[in-house]
Structures are given as structure tokens and as C-alpha cells.
Design a protein around this ligand. Structure first.
Ligand code: GLU
Length: 419
């Protein structure tokens, strides 16, 4: 049976890179486990007057290069293992982007679709109260992730500020513009992925005009990826959300899809397309696949069926290690999550920096700086992969990205005397 436990997968990926790069044993042991794991129980008064308790997590994986950084997920299937894996991936993400943060992640086990707005607000505030001693602008800076929004960030910032007795805008990122969010943060995850797509297309000599694209997920990352990829000339032929999706060889229309999603709750009700399942999306003959939903979507069961030339991991952890190997052997360029989706945390860094400086940038400045960092990361990953190739060792882009990220973290730990 293929291993699908997210944290075991994260450890396996690290182990593989550690072996290739001959990572120091002690550094490896430190990096195999989170620095700190916090589990909280959050009592929330529901609209019916009864109090319900929710389990919440915050994993602070490593902070040797700066405060822990990473989103908070509200998900019914949330688990500590997933949060640990996501916190590890955040550590590699901030390191690869070379921004002054470590990695962390949070999660609450809840079904956000069944909570009213005021219940969501009380849960969000409760989460911050439970964790207030452990987070802050210099220690751990949360952000949005699956099913958490700018509004939720605003409530969390407000709660933290009330406890602190003064405004602390820089304690969380992904805030609405009214309370000093950053220009460009709303679509930054997808925007970063588009810079990667542009660079990868150059490398593969893939013409983006008319290129067929399939996207799994129509949330914050997937829906903006749809819009932005269309602007690059791509034809989006397949899209799904958690309930299912739609396919049309002629390409799908973004506005209509957004309306259908709003009205019926799922893109699968789009007229003019064939209904498809979430996993069925991967079987189509397309040039680019963008998994933009959740982990473990491309596994050894379906990796052989993929016909695309390029897989852009916009979600966190969508490709299992066995699938990664299959794609690599089949000559498909699979670009890892912590490169492809780094745009979100990079603009979070800009937001944090702007909050601290209290000096705000234009969207042009934000996108230009984002482009520079992401393009640089892509080129470093490709050049590390090439340099191993010339030495006779074939490594995946994920291995190359790990080598760069782990090396920076290990060197910082060494410099600080952690080993
Ligand atoms: N949740 C996003 C991620 O997985 C953004 C994290 C952040 O901005 O801190 O990268």
C-alpha cells in the first residue's frame, strides 16, 4: 500500500534530499520533527446557545531563519499529521524563496460550510485567544489557507490586538485592505504560479497561447489560476471543485463558472460541459495540469494516466512520492508545491514588512518584486537539477528544491550553534 500519511510523506521527501546532499546527521534529525506542537481545545458558543468545543492545532516547525510563518486551515478532516506536514513544507517554502521566516501551520477541525458567520467569528477569535501566548509578529505569523479568508484574518488580528492592548497589524497576513492587507495578496498564490508557468513553458518550449489546461479546485488558488492562465492565452478545458467538475474541449468560460458556483454551490452544474469527477480530471489529454485543491490527489494509481507535459502543484502536497517518481520517469515536468505556490507567502512577507514600516507599496511594486523572487527560485531549482545531472545523478525538481531549502536552514542552524 502506498503511504498517504502527509507527515510521513514530508519526512520521506526530506530523507531523500538529505541522502543526495549528504546532510549532517544531527541537522537531519532536528529537521525531521517539528520544533513545537500546540494542541488547543476551543469552546465556542453556537447560535443555539449551546457551547461546542473544537480541536485546534498550531505547529511551529522551525524558526531558525525567522518567525514561523504559515496559514490556518478550517477543515472537517483536519489532522495533526497534515498540519505537521504543511508546517514542514512552509519551512522549505520560505527558505527556497529566501525570505526571513521559518515554517508553521495551523488547523481547526470543523466544517466551515455548516457554521454561521457569527459562529465562524467566535471560533476564529477563540483560536487566537487559545494561542495568543505563542504567536505574534516576531514569533509566529499566521495567514489564510483552505477555507479561511481575509475576514477571518481581520477578526484574528482584532482579537490579538485587544489582548495586547494596542494594534498589532503585523501579527497576521492576508488581511483585508481596510486593515492594512497588501496590494496583490488576494491573488498572489496564483500569480506566483503564473510566473512559474511562464518560465516552465519557455524551458519546455510550450506555446502557452491555446495550451490546454486542467485545474483541480476552484477556491482561492484555483479560481485565480483560471483567470490568470486565461490571460496568458491558455484554454482551460477542465475544472473541478470538491463536489465534481466539468470538461469542454472548446474551453470553459470563467464568468459563467463563477456564477454557477455562486448559485448552485458547484462548478459541475456548468451547462455546455461534460460532468466529470474530481479524479477524472487527471485523465484528459491536456498540456498542463494544475492541482489546486488538497493533498494526495496524484498517486501511483493515476500518475501513469497523466498525459500533460507539465504539472504545476498549486495545492500543498498534491503529488505523492511514488507518483512523483512515475511522473519523473515518464518525462513529465512536475514542479513542486513549495516552489509553485510560494507567491502567497512571499506577498505575506511583503504585507508583514509594510505593516512594520507603515509604508505601503503599489500593486505594480508588489507584483514586480514577486516575479523577481519566484523566477529566481525557479531558475535556482533548474540549475541545481542540472548540476547534479552533469555529475551523473538524476534528481527530481522536488529534490533540487529541497536541497536548496534544507541547505539554507541547516547552515543557519550551524551558524547559531544548534548542532
Ligand atoms: N497558506 C499559504 C501557503 O500555504 C500562505 C501562507 C502565508 O502566507 O503565510 O503558502
Amino acid at each position: 500500500m502506498e503511504e498517504l500519511d502527509p507527515f510521513k510523506i514530508a519526512q520521506t521527501q526530506l530523507d531523500e534530499a538529505a541522502e543526495i546532499m549528504h546532510l549532517d546527521e544531527t541537522a537531519h534529525a532536528i529537521l525531521r520533527e517539528p520544533m513545537r506542537t500546540i494542541i488547543v481545545n476551543i469552546p465556542v458558543k453556537m447560535d443555539n446557545g449551546k457551547v461546542k468545543t473544537f480541536a485546534g492545532f498550531r505547529v511551529q516547525y522551525n524558526d531558525v531563519r525567522g518567525p514561523c510563518k504559515g496559514g490556518i486551515r478550517f477543515h472537517p478532516q483536519e489532522s495533526l499529521s497534515t498540519v505537521k506536514a504543511l508546517a514542514a513544507w512552509m519551512t522549505w517554502k520560505t527558505s527556497l524563496a529566501n525570505i526571513p521566516f521559518g515554517g508553521g501551520k495551523g488547523g481547526v477541525i470543523c466544517d466551515p460550510k455548516s457554521l454561521s458567520e457569527s459562529e465562524t467569528e467566535r471560533l476564529s477569535r477563540g483560536y487566537v485567544r487559545a494561542l495568543a501566548k505563542f504567536i505574534g509578529p516576531d514569533t509566529d505569523v499566521p495567514a489564510p489557507d483552505v477555507y479561511t479568508t481575509p475576514q477571518i484574518m481581520a477578526w484574528m488580528m482584532d482579537e490579538y490586538s485587544k489582548l495586547a492592548g494596542h494594534n498589532e497589524f503585523s501579527m497576521i497576513t492576508g488581511k483585508p485592505m481596510e486593515v492594512w492587507g497588501s496590494e496583490g495578496r488576494f491573488n498572489s498564490t496564483a500569480m506566483g504560479a503564473m510566473y512559474v508557468l511562464r518560465e516552465a513553458a519557455k524551458k519546455l518550449k510550450l506555446q502557452l497561447k491555446g495550451a490546454k489546461v486542467a485545474i483541480q479546485g476552484f477556491g482561492n488558488a484555483g479560481s485565480f489560476a483560471f483567470e490568470l492562465a486565461s490571460q496568458l492565452g491558455c484554454k482551460i478545458v477542465a475544472i473541478t471543485d470538491s463536489l465534481g467538475g466539468t470538461y469542454s474541449d472548446n474551453g470553459l468560460d470563467y464568468k459563467t463558472l463563477a456564477e454557477v458556483k455562486e448559485k448552485t454551490g458547484s462548478v459541475q452544474n456548468y451547462e455546455g460541459g461534460t460532468k466529470i469527477t474530481n479524479k477524472g480530471l487527471f485523465d484528459y489529454d491536456v498540456d498542463v495540469i494544475i492541482p489546486a485543491a488538497i493533498e494526495n490527489q496524484i498517486t501511483k494509481e493515476n500518475a501513469n494516466k497523466i498525459k500533460a507535459k507539465l504539472v504545476l502543484e498549486l495545492a500543498n502536497g498534491p503529488v505523492t512520492p511514488e507518483a512523483d517518481k512515475i511522473l519523473f520517469e515518464r518525462g513529465i515536468l512536475d514542479l513542486p508545491d513549495f516552489l509553485v505556490n510560494s507567491g502567497g507567502v512571499i506577498v505575506s512577507y511583503f504585507e508583514w514588512a509594510q505593516n512594520i514600516e507603515q509604508y505601503y507599496w503599489t500593486s505594480e511594486e508588489v507584483y514586480a518584486r514577486l516575479d523577481k523572487i519566484v523566477t529566481n527560485s525557479f531558475n535556482s531549482v533548474m540549475s541545481v537539477q542540472d548540476s547534479y545531472k552533469t555529475k551523473g545523478t538524476k534528481i527530481t525538481p522536488r529534490d533540487a528544491a529541497y536541497i536548496i531549502a534544507v541547505d539554507r536552514v541547516a547552515k543557519a542552524m550551524k551558524a547559531r550553534g544548534w548542532y
